[in-house]
Write a protein that binds this ligand. Structure first.
Ligand SMILES: Nc1nc2c(ncn2[C@@H]2O[C@H](COP(=O)(O)OP(=O)(O)OP(=O)(O)O)[C@@H](O)[C@H]2O)c(=O)[nH]1
Length: 395
């Protein structure tokens, strides 16, 4: 009985009490006031949060030294993209502002009282300078000339109206330009998201276009998932993630630089199917059309995606400022990747808006979207009439 009060037992009891108190203190320090939460299931492919909101506009970068909590609360403030309706109308002034020789020069020629042989030549030259292509330029001037003569049009305003309607015809309002974004139902009744693959040469504006298109779709209340299959540059995936985060859209990407782009694209589409999203947008690395390995890789990306869901659209992004040079590149892409439509970027920065006509003629594909600036909402569905009005500087 006395054993109970022996010094050894007392010391042992005190040690046990101290250990219990110490562990309670430690636990409460580690979890300040938080209830116990089970660890979340790891996702199949990690979704990365951005380092901060950066040059893509919208919000100020977090100041140096700000805490992770500050950053996540900055990210939580989602931007509201501009409605899509009427966007082209807002942006079309930029076509005229870029000093288009079509707008200024054509109208200057057509304002003359009677048109001489030299005037018609000047008209043709102006169309050529605007990159409309030799065939269409010659056709247009011949048509215009005949009709002016047959209908005895004398007023500059009448000739101008005729030119406008001929330009609209050249741009072709009958082409189907709507993006195919319907979900796909498989034979066994499963629903698959629409998948849009975005391809093109380096620096054409692919990532920016995917970012802007994400905003268009979010404005249309679609549920979107992004796939960063540009695995050459970690910065490209960061850039895409930032675009997505600004409007609450997640990005599937690889943890490794140089990972297989086809596998990232596949993961994105698989996850999009599992989560029931409406559209998966897949960004790819820029590649030169003469590099066979890279073009083969693009073919593989398409094939691997199609194991999971059919491709709804393959958009080729072309930089309008490269003019006719861009056409050779474009042709190879259409063969390798089965392109369904063109996105013409940087139309705000060129006097060569006629490239729209040349691209469509040469490739037999419609221009579906146009980029008219570096702002987040400077992407619009292409509208032939508004486009021609913009080129001619008409409000
Ligand atoms: N002015 C103007 N600039 C644009 C437009 N679209 C894209 N850009 C700019 O073009 C540059 C290249 O854009 P990115 O989206 O990085 O091009 P990318 O094709 O993804 O580039 P890579 O991944 O290197 O092949 C960026 O500075 C964009 O801001 C546009 O419509 N107008």
């Amino acid at each position: 009985m006395n054993d109970l009060f022996s010094p050894a037992v007392i010391v042992a009891a005190v040690l046990v009490v101290v250990a219990i108190v110490a562990s309670i203190v430690l636990i409460s320090r580690k979890r300040p006031g938080k209830p116990f939460e089970p660890p979340s299931e790891p996702s199949e492919t990690p979704v990365h949060e951005p380092a901060g909101i950066d040059q893509f506009g919208g919000q100020a970068e977090a100041p140096a030294g700000s805490s992770a909590e500050d950053e996540s609360s900055a990210v939580a403030v989602l931007e509201r993209p501009e409605p899509v309706l009427g966007r082209f109308g807002r942006l079309k002034a930029r076509l005229a502002r870029s000093g288009s020789p079509l707008g200024v020069k054509l109208l200057a020629v057509l304002s003359r009282d009677s048109l001489s042989e030299d005037d018609w030549d000047e008209l043709e030259e102006t169309l050529l300078l605007a990159d409309i292509g030799a065939g269409p330029a010659i056709e247009l001037v011949e048509d215009l000339r005949n009709e002016v003569r047959v209908r005895a049009l004398a007023e500059p305003a009448q000739v101008r109206a005729l030119l406008r309607s001929k330009l609209v015809d050249l741009v072709d309002p009958t082409l189907e330009r709507t993006l195919n974004l319907s979900k796909h139902i498989t034979e066994d009744g499963a629903e698959k998201p629409a998948v849009v693959l975005v391809v093109g040469v380096n620096g054409a504006g692919k990532t920016t276009t995917v970012g802007k298109l994400t905003r268009v779709l979010v404005a249309e209340e679609k549920k979107v998932l992004l796939g960063a299959a540009d695995t050459f540059r970690a910065a490209a995936a960061d850039q895409l993630t930032t675009w997505g985060n600004r409007v609450g859209v997640e990005t599937v990407r690889s943890d490794r630089d140089g990972a297989d782009p086809a596998s990232v694209a596949f993961d994105a589409v698989k996850r999009g199917s599992a989560e029931g999203v409406d559209v998966v947008l897949v960004d790819t690395a820029g590649r030169l059309q003469n590099k066979t390995g890279l073009m083969d890789e693009l073919g593989k990306v398409s094939r691997v995606i199609e194991k999971e869901a059919p491709l709804s659209e393959v958009l080729l992004v072309l930089d309008a400022t490269t003019g006719q040079n861009g056409l050779a590149q474009a042709r190879v892409f259409t063969e390798v990747a089965g392109v369904t439509g063109i996105v013409l970027t940087k139309l705000d920065g060129t006097a060569k808006g006629g490239i729209v006509v040349a691209v469509q003629r040469e490739l037999g594909l419609p221009v579906k979207l146009v980029g008219l600036g570096e702002g987040s909402d400077d992407l619009a569905p292409f509208d032939p009439e508004q486009f021609v009005d913009g080129l001619l500087g008409e409000a």
